[in-house]
Write a protein that binds this ligand. Structure first.
Ligand SMILES: [Zn+2]
Length: 432
């Protein structure tokens, strides 16, 4: 029997943060069933009514749970994943929770959406930010440069020199959008101490400079998300964790150095970053340009060379979990021996599903958690967990292709492009 979260008082759940589609709470009560857990609820647009289920129709478990259990756990060791399970809930309880939470939510989110109180199921996960200590959430993004094989004469010199994230940040900046300009994921993934330190410093500077509005870095202290500014007082909770107590009023540089020194050893030692980069790279082995070429080749109307084929992914159904499972089996057994230099149109579906999974790994986050111990030699217990590995939708393939063209075209005109260095495949570990 799944647990029922409505058996706990809503006041025992503390608002943590929210993204585009879900909102997260941390359990602060005393029930042994829920200690150490976080609750993730789906949200719904303010203009829409709550989701409704007809009598006798059972709501299925959240897709993220099935996706993790059946797909992701075959690719990433469970020790690096949060525990996810389905819990029951009900409308009265969700409405009460929503009411007590409303004032803690950011105004722009409140104006857009609310907790979907029509749901009868929610996701219970390991609470990775609550309790004693502190935690850092990093969205590392694309960790590789494409091979030139499938790139056109115009895109190859651009895409093999500057990484996708740096080009995209440039475009966002020209459009006055918030962007992590200056942060290069290839530094973070490099495994090289100086480069990883540089990546962390840059993420920190962007975090402070944007008052936390750029989402590549979030910092939590004992379950609360920090809202930083250049005033060191806004960072006092973090200073209390990472500096010795004599430092009464530390300056920003001292804090940044302590922050980086705490995280650096974890990031240099963990196989997680290497693994994310490997999957992003191997699942995107053709680049969107090569995938598009293969699609055209497979979908060119017979005998009508002048009729343009449908756009990338048009009419392609969203793969079922069974199909993605079958893909993963083939990937694990054969990917390294397949001839990706001469992809077969018979494998078009394989490459499309691969691209979707690549997108999941390009968009996930990692949480590094630091919990105090009583051990003098190892005063902190440090763990790293991959979160937000969600299924992406097949109907985005064409949008991704268009976005790629736009990003590259805008970057190609720069006379002084950034040079990003790809360290290549690093050590990695598969689930046993
Ligand atoms: Zn870069």
């Amino acid at each position: 029997m799944p647990l029922n979260v409505a058996s706990t008082p809503p006041a025992d759940w503390k608002y943590i943060s929210e993204g585009g589609s879900s909102i997260v709470f941390s359990y602060i009560g005393t029930s042994a069933d829920f200690i150490g857990t976080a609750l993730r609820l789906r949200k719904i647009d303010n203009r829409l009514p709550y989701t409704e289920y007809a009598d006798g129709v059972e709501e299925s478990d959240d897709p993220s749970i099935l996706f993790q259990h059946r797909i992701i756990e075959k690719l990433v060791e469970p020790q690096y994943l949060p525990r996810l399970e389905s819990v029951e809930t009900d409308r009265a309880w969700l409405e009460q929770l929503a009411k007590q939470t409303e004032e803690k939510r950011p105004a722009d989110r409140r104006a857009t959406d609310r907790i979907d109180a029509g749901r009868k199921k929610a996701v219970l996960a390991t609470d990775l930010v609550g309790g004693l200590g502190w935690a850092v959430e990093i969205k590392p993004k694309w960790g590789f440069l494409p091979t030139p094989k499938y790139l056109s004469k115009t895109t190859a010199p651009v895409k093999t020199q500057t990484c996708r994230f740096c080009m995209h940040s440039h475009m966002k900046t020209t459009e006055s959008e918030d962007a992590a300009l200056g942060y290069c994921p290839l530094d973070l993934y490099s495994g090289d101490e100086d480069r990883v330190r540089k990546a962390l410093h840059t993420l920190w500077d962007i975090w402070i400079g944007s008052s936390g509005s750029v989402n590549n870095l979030k910092v939590f202290v004992e379950g609360g998300m920090l809202k930083p500014s250049t005033l060191p007082s806004t960072l006092r909770p973090l200073a209390g964790q990472i500096l010795s107590s004599e430092d009464e009023s530390p300056d920003l540089d001292t804090l940044r150095d302590a922050f980086t020194s705490a995280l650096l050893p974890v990031l240099l030692k963990t196989p997680v970053l290497g693994l994310l980069s490997k999957y992003q790279r191997e699942f995107d082995v053709l680049d969107i340009e090569g995938l598009s070429a293969l699609w055209k080749q497979a979908n060119q109307p017979l005998g009508s060379p002048d009729v343009p084929p449908p756009v990338l992914g048009a009419g392609l159904k969203q793969p079922s979990l069974e199909e993605i499972e079958a893909f993963v089996e083939i990937y694990l057994a054969k990917h390294s021996t397949m001839d990706h230099d001469h992809p077969d149109t018979a494998n078009l579906k394989y490459y499309c599903i691969a691209y979707l999974l690549s997108a999941s790994f390009k968009d996930c986050s990692i949480i590094i958690r630091l919990q105090p111990t009583k051990d003098e030699v190892e005063p902190w217990r440090k763990t790293i967990t991959v979160i937000d590995l969600d299924v992406k939708s097949m109907d985005r393939l064409h949008k991704w292709e268009k976005l790629d063209q736009k990003i590259v075209a805008e970057y190609a005109v720069l006379t002084d492009p950034k040079r990003c260095v790809d360290q290549g495949l690093r050590e990695w570990a598969l689930p046993a």
